[in-house]
Design a protein. Structure first.
Length: 72
């Protein structure tokens, strides 16, 4: 089954506290990298359970959502 990037993005955005909580969003080959205004609003455990997400962690002040080579 194909990965639904739009649904992943919608779910992750909701679980980080909405667009208003995102200061910077970038990506690399396998990860969506978010700098948040308030890190406490991110529900890392729920993000890990989003279909298509392989992992999620903070690296320094940056939230990294591991998606694999299908990063939206």
């Amino acid at each position: 089954m194909a990965v639904d990037n739009k649904q992943i993005a919608t779910d992750v955005l909701e679980l980080v506290g909405g667009a208003e909580n995102v200061a910077v969003a970038t990506n690399c080959m396998t990860r969506l990298r978010l700098t948040l205004k308030d890190n406490s609003k991110a529900d890392v455990e729920k993000i890990k359970k989003v279909k298509g997400v392989l992992g999620c962690q903070f690296a320094g002040s940056q939230l990294q959502v591991i998606i694999g080579q299908n990063v939206p």
